[in-house]
Design a protein around this ligand. Structure first.
Ligand code: THU
Length: 128
């Protein structure tokens, strides 16, 4: 599938404003692209019991799965940082469950964009 990088990154940035991050003040947005062209977004949702926090990437994946989209081809992640920031290890593993070798696009407050494949970010993935 031809991936509209800019569109996916701007969906991630737009949704980041809906993050619930009163503790870290670090609002993250993620947008996943399914193989049927649908886009699902997610934000980090924190909790007073900090460990219950869910990252934006997993929120987006779970929204996709709930809508029946279990084959994901790309993810865009926006972080409020001067440079692109990579997804955490837990989210990499969750993304891998629903992707063959997805494209990972990272956007930030600066102009810089980083592009990886999930295989680069998470080699030797655990899959059953
Ligand atoms: N966070 C994400 O949403 N995605 C990541 O990949 C790393 C961290 C969130 C979790 C927490 O709400 C805040 O960023 C600070 O760690």
């Amino acid at each position: 599938m031809n991936i509209d990088t800019k569109q996916l990154l701007s969906a991630a940035e737009a949704v980041s404003h809906a993050a619930y991050a009163p503790y870290s003040k670090f609002s993250v947005g993620a947008a996943v692209l399914a193989d049927d062209g649908r886009v699902f977004t997610g934000v980090n949702v924190e909790n007073a019991s900090y460990g219950l926090t869910i990252c934006a990437e997993r929120s987006a994946v779970f929204a996709a799965v709930a809508a029946g989209a279990t084959r994901l081809v790309a993810v865009a992640i926006y972080t409020p940082t001067p440079k692109p920031a990579s997804p955490c290890g837990a989210c990499r593993q969750v993304l891998a469950e629903f992707a063959e070798n997805m494209q990972v696009l990272l956007g930030c407050q600066g102009d810089e964009i980083a592009e990886y494949t999930l295989d680069e970010l998470l080699p030797e993935q655990f899959k059953l």
